[in-house]
Write a protein that binds this ligand. Structure first.
Ligand code: ACO
Length: 323
């Protein structure tokens, strides 16, 4: 049995905010942001482009790419930490928007590891025979969760959505191996205690409710945990870094990715990136990047790729798949 990704899609809001624009909001500059983090610009919701809106657009694009219709979906899982509403879930709202009448729907919160955890969940449902075709989405409107007066965090994030459709097929390959983990004892290094409201830049939340991060602790966590779980995956599958075409990592920060590549002794060219254009879109970053690679025909049948996510919770994971 193979559980394959048969289609991908993404949606980025139209509004682009570059570093110069951010320097009109907080005391920062383009050079500092590019040197420390590698981000030049990010896409931000115009207020109407909420999490459901972006997720549904990414879903439509993935359905078209896969060449299937919404009625064929057995399940929709949306990974998000920035849903428009508690209830209905984003996945149910997406179901309504795209007409996936047969699907069972639920959301999953694992912060920036959410897309990987959702893919694992899809795999498990498929393996149990409870679903055949699953739509997995990562979608975030982080501009609603960010404190736009905190220069150490607001520069990092962007909005967007990415989607992948996985399906059971005969044969080999697809999702092959996975490792995941969590450490709630370190939850305080990255928190978001309140819920967003519809307008980005609208400061109606209490300051302590916004997204808060201990930057250096997150940095240390990422550069130790990701190489460890990538090595676990390689050991499990008896593969070597040379066998891997791409390492598709959560797009948090250029320096984090560079250090991970160095620690794994892998050329940075094997780490595709788009964080310079989109910033950190949490659970959406891996599927947005996957969609770019797919649409640019950079993935060929048989290619082995490793995806890895890491983020709040703390949570982390890595997955090997054969395209
Ligand atoms: N512009 C200009 N100066 C700034 C800015 C800014 N946007 N932000 C902070 N500074 C200043 C600080 O005030 C401080 O000034 P001081 O020395 O006068 O006090 C100085 O820069 C250094 O601040 P630090 O916080 O010590 O900066 P650091 O070197 O740790 O870099 C950074 C901060 C880039 C956030 C770093 O900690 C980092 O990369 N952390 C990883 C965080 C990350 O990527 N998180 C992603 C989200 S979580 C996830 O996706 C898993």
């Amino acid at each position: 049995m193979a559980v394959r990704i048969i289609g991908t899609g993404s949606y980025l809001p139209k509004k682009v905010a570059d570093n110069h624009f951010l320097s009109t909001i907080v005391d920062t500059d383009d050079e500092w942001i590019q040197q420390r983090i590698g981000i030049k610009e990010r896409h931000l919701s115009n207020g109407k482009e909420g999490t459901t809106y972006m997720a549904a657009h990414a879903a439509e694009a993935a359905l078209e790419n896969a060449g299937i219709c919404a009625e064929e979906l057995d399940m929709i899982i949306v990974a998000t930490v920035s849903a428009d509403t508690y209830v209905p879930s984003t996945s149910c709202s997406v179901q309504g928007a795209i007409g996936a009448i047969r699907a069972t729907c639920f959301d999953l919160n694992a912060a920036c590891s959410g897309f990987l955890f959702s893919l694992n969940t899809a795999y498990a449902y498929i393996e149990m025979g409870m679903a055949k075709t699953v739509l997995v989405i990562g979608a975030e409107t982080l501009s609603r969760e960010v404190d736009w007066s905190d220069r150490s965090s607001c520069i990092l994030f962007g909005d967007g959505a990415g989607a992948a459709i996985v399906r059971w097929e005969e044969g080999e390959g697809g999702l092959i191996a996975s490792v995941t983990g969590s450490d709630g004892s370190q939850g305080d290094v990255l928190t978001c205690k309140g819920r967003g409201i519809q307008n980005p830049f609208h400061n109606s939340k209490r300051k302590k409710d916004y997204l808060k991060m201990e930057g250096q602790a997150v940095f240390r966590f990422a550069v130790t945990t990701v190489p460890r779980c990538v090595k676990q995956i390689l050991k499990k599958t008896e593969l070597d870094v040379e066998d891997i075409k791409f390492f598709i990592l959560h797009q948090a920060n250029l320096r984090i990715l560079e250090l991970i590549a160095k620690r794994l002794k892998v050329d940075i060219d094997k780490f595709p990136m788009n964080l310079d254009r989109y910033g950190n879109t949490s659970s959406a970053s891996i599927p947005i990047l996957l969609d770019e690679l797919n649409r640019n025909h950079l993935l060929e049948r048989g290619d082995k790729i490793i995806m890895s996510g890491f983020g709040g919770g703390l949570t982390w994971g890595a997955m090997l798949l054969e395209w």
